[in-house]
Ligand binder design. Structure first.
Ligand code: UFG
Length: 341
């Protein structure tokens, strides 16, 4: 029997790539999205890539418990992957209530419905829960630090909510927390990718938009950090590699291979890359010159963080496979596709 996976926020950047990988791995997928932060490009792209016209799409808001209950009543949901959330760090500082209300209540609704139905839950957490770590790389046992933004805090709180609910359910609810490092790139088909609204906050969309001429100049925030070249170090993970981690995690849940009722995995490469290295690699692999300058540090940025992905490698059997160069090529192909070039 085919298993069914509900993907909340399934039309977004990560959600669309995960939907493709799940369908290609043989799962039935229900996409649910309220299109508050994306248009239909992702969903239409998924249909083209998979050749499937029949992927159910539910346009709904996960803060609406009646709609969530109706959704769980309509489909035989074996597992739910929860992406539906606001994600702009700066906006969350300016509008904390918007973030706490949306990101927490949608997750609470999903958990309540999943517990009732007996569905597994996969929550999209973030390396942001480690804050500025005392040592790198970070393992899943590295202590979490207080979040530096309301957005980050919603990730920490949702992790705690899942742990507590699983514990109290005495085996009726099981879940996995995936802590993403920095997801970048696009599907090799260039049919889906990141579509930031307005001025991008994240580095790679800013790089590609500068290279295509949408932005005048990339600012590199800080070149006086205590790192080899003075710029911050991150663990950039290819979006397709990241999406595949979800297929491994869902398989582990629905095929009964979990070793604990609530498991946590880092999803990263284990490879630190500086901002300057990333910029240089982008120029080299795509043969373009990037207009950039050094600017003051950005508030809230950590100096260096990268994953120790050993647990995901050994326990889930998942490993990142793509090079930074391959990923930066895919990001550029996507930007060109958007520009019709
Ligand atoms: N950067 C620049 N210029 C830009 C944008 C980013 O120099 O225009 C630098 C940042 O200073 C940082 C690096 O590029 O050193 C990466 O920045 P991103 O914004 O792409 O990613 P972050 O590491 O800040 O973001 C990650 C996750 C978020 C999470 C955040 C918490 O992607 O989901 O950590 O700090 F909220």
């Amino acid at each position: 029997m085919k298993k069914t996976v509900l993907v909340s926020g399934g039309a977004g950047f990560i959600g669309s790539h995960v939907t493709v990988e799940l369908i290609q791995a043989g799962y039935d997928v229900v996409v649910a999205d309220n299109f508050s932060n994306c248009d239909r490009t992702g969903y239409e792209g998924v249909k083209k890539i998979t050749g499937r016209e029949d992927i159910p799409l539910e346009v709904m808001d996960f803060c609406d418990m009646k709609a969530v209950e109706a959704l769980f009543g309509k489909y035989p949901i074996d597992a739910v992957i929860h992406f539906a959330a606001y994600k702009a760090v700066g906006e969350s500082v300016a509008q904390p209530l918007k973030y706490y209300k949306n990101n927490l209540s949608s997750f609470l609704n999903v958990l309540e419905a999943a517990q009732k139905k007996g569905s597994f839950v996969l929550f999209s957490s973030s390396a942001t829960v480690y804050g500025e770590p005392d040592s790198v790389p970070v393992t899943e046992a590295t202590p979490r630090k207080p979040a530096t933004s309301p957005y980050g805090n919603t990730k920490t709180i949702c992790e705690d909510i899942l742990h507590d609910t699983v514990k109290a359910s005495e085996g009726r609810l099981k879940g996995i927390l995936l802590r993403y490092f920095n997801p970048i790139g696009a599907h090799p088909s260039a049919l889906i990718g990141e579509l930031p609204r307005g001025v991008p906050n994240n580095l790679v969309p800013f790089i590609t938009q500068t290279a295509i001429g949408k932005r005048e100049c990339l600012r590199i925030f800080g070149n006086d950090y205590p790192t080899p070249d003075g710029t911050c170090l991150r663990d950039y993970i290819d979006i397709v590699d990241l999406a595949k981690a979800h297929v491994y995690a869902v398989g582990r849940m629905v095929e009964g291979r979990m070793k604990q009722d609530c498991e946590v995995f880092n999803v990263g490469t284990g490879r630190p890359v500086s901002v300057l290295e990333l910029v240089n690699a982008f120029e080299k692999v795509n043969g373009v010159k990037l207009n950039y300058k050094f600017a003051p540090r950005r508030a809230g940025d950590v100096t260096a963080i990268w994953a120790d992905p050993t647990l995901a490698n050994t326990e889930m059997g998942w490993k990142a496979t793509r090079t930074v160069e391959q990923t930066l090529k895919s990001a550029w192909e996507w930007e060109k596709h958007l520009a019709g070039k």
